[in-house]
Design a protein around this ligand. Sequence first.
Ligand code: 6MZ
Length: 335
Amino acid sequence: MDYKSIPKIELHAHLNGSLSNKNILELHQLKYQGSDQGINADAYKVQKELPDLTQCFAKFKYAHELTDVPERLGRACENVIRDFQEDNVVYLELRTTPRATEHMSRETYLATVCEAIRKCEKTCPGILVKLIPSIDRSKGVQVAEENVELTRKIREKYPDLIVGIDLSGNPENTDFRDFRKALQAARDCGLKLALHCAETAGSVSENLEMLEFGMDRMGHGTFMDESLETWKMLLEKRIPVECCVRSNLKCGSVSSAENHHIRKLLEAQHPVAICTDDSGVFDTSLSSEIELCAKTFKLSRDAIEEITLSTIDQSFASPSEKSRLKTLVHDFYRK
Ligand code: 6MZ
């Protein structure tokens, strides 16, 4: 099967983790006026397994240094969208954390990303893109609340583009309860919630609180089966899980592709989305993730079509957009 040719749906991709080597090089040259000095695009990638998630977060600093002004941030966003389109991704929900730098405010950051996506409607007509602003847990509660407010404000200008809020970042030393107010405010103004959950072991009580709070989709859910109670509740609530196999392998949170929790979820006929997470950092693509899952779990062509159609249902696209995407996928598999 030619995995690249399949029309694909990407629901979990972080902008500053999705920069290809070529993209990193271009941004570096733009920042340092054509100089290659000090460039080490490979330093941005996770070459082999890291011992834990915390070491993975250090990787994002490299990209963040290059997307610190609107011009390069916009360029990064356009390039990432083009790369996904080249991989035949027909629908992308891109997420990114509004970040203030010396040269721009968080508001400018978010507006720049929105404008870059708008521009791509013309330059990349083969891909429909939505935006999910992220809350980085490590930046604290006040920033989280401000980011929700900012998202609400900018969304007035881009109502069809901003569809949800993501909770991500390093979960170490943070408490989900602190973010409930911000997330509830997001939900109250109609934003969908895509929350990273159970990315590290030993967080059963937090996982329970998050399940009780509810969400529209769950990021990773790696350790949901650490307790029977959380596993059962996940299945009962039928919260779709965004699965990023290579990311989990490279961050050392799962021991092998065979042991990835997507296997149990597929067996339970639970809705899953196969995603990249950070295609640049983890040196992957959505085609490659689907191929890995297909080969590891012996997924037939029909099973891949079924997962793709379910992923469309899990997306935050409008009903008419979902129906158009389903027709496109259906037509491809009947060719
Ligand atoms: C949790 C992650 C992540 O927002 O600057 N991020 N958060 N778990 C993960 N799994 C490995 N991968 C990426 O993109 C980079 C940011 O996304 C979040 C982190 O906060 C990271 O700094 P943006 O575009």
